[in-house]
Design a protein around this ligand. Structure first.
Ligand SMILES: [Zn+2]
Length: 238
């Protein structure tokens, strides 16, 4: 990815986008959105980076590892490290047997009428929500320079393949409503003009691994797709 300069109002950079803490008065860390654990190595160059307070930065690590591991297990049909199609998940399960067994327990195997195995997985919703909201806040801030400090009004996630044709069309449509455009100077506006890392309005962080789109709709709407499997929508109503 290319580093895009952000010329929007710099006063907005003074708060931790997760807890609202005043950045000049707290110890800060640099934080990536998307979280690196959700991507494959080598990481893209110039990943979106922002300052957040240190307690917030470290508070997400466990949930992020859980989400990365869970997605790996779903895509592999197993939490066995040797069966992982995503290398990062193999490392997670090898290094964290507790998490491995926790995710294994979320797997349910049924047999259908014809004796064929069907597998379903029960995600821990609260952990997914924390990771999705964290990343959505990062995307909104990085692209539009808006700190979304309030609790979102809606967090939805599910398998992309679970959407029917009409729902998929709505979800994939990243055109801003009513002919609105991002604020001049924001990264999203720069992307609109240059097409940088942009495909039909989606920012492609890593092909097939992570993409997102941010739309200002009166409120704020962020959509995320992980590994072309998980679809998520996070909304702040005005
Ligand atoms: Zn914070």
């Amino acid at each position: 990815m290319k580093q895009i300069e952000d010329t929007a109002d710099r006063r907005q950079k003074s708060w931790c986008i997760h807890c609202g803490g005043w950045i000049e008065q707290v110890i800060t860390n640099r934080d990536h959105a998307p979280s690196k654990v959700l991507l494959d190595e080598p990481f893209p160059a110039n990943m979106p980076l922002m300052k957040v307070c240190r307690p917030c930065n470290s508070s997400f690590a466990e949930d992020e590892e859980y989400v990365a591991g869970f997605l790996g297990a779903v895509l592999s049909g197993s939490a066995d490290p040797d069966a992982q199609v995503v290398e990062r998940s193999a490392r997670i399960f090898r290094g964290n047997p507790g998490l491995r067994s926790r995710i294994e327990k979320a797997k349910q195997v049924d047999r259908n009428l014809f004796g064929e195995e069907t597998i379903s997985w029960g995600p821990e919703h609260a952990r997914f929500e924390r990771v999705l909201v964290k990343n959505a806040r990062g995307h909104a801030f990085y692209e539009i320079s808006e700190p979304m400090l309030k609790k979102p009004s809606k967090v939805w996630f599910g398998p992309l393949a679970g959407l029917d044709e009409k729902q998929t069309a709505v979800f994939e449509n990243a055109a801003w409503p009513n002919g609105l455009w991002p604020e001049v100077g924001s990264r999203m506006m720069t992307r609109f003009l240059t097409g940088e890392d942009l495909d039909e309005g989606w920012v492609i962080v890593q092909e097939g691994v992570y993409r997102y789109t941010v739309m200002q709709t009166g409120g704020m709407l962020v959509r995320i797709v992980m590994r072309e499997y998980l679809a998520a929508e996070i909304v702040w109503e005005d």
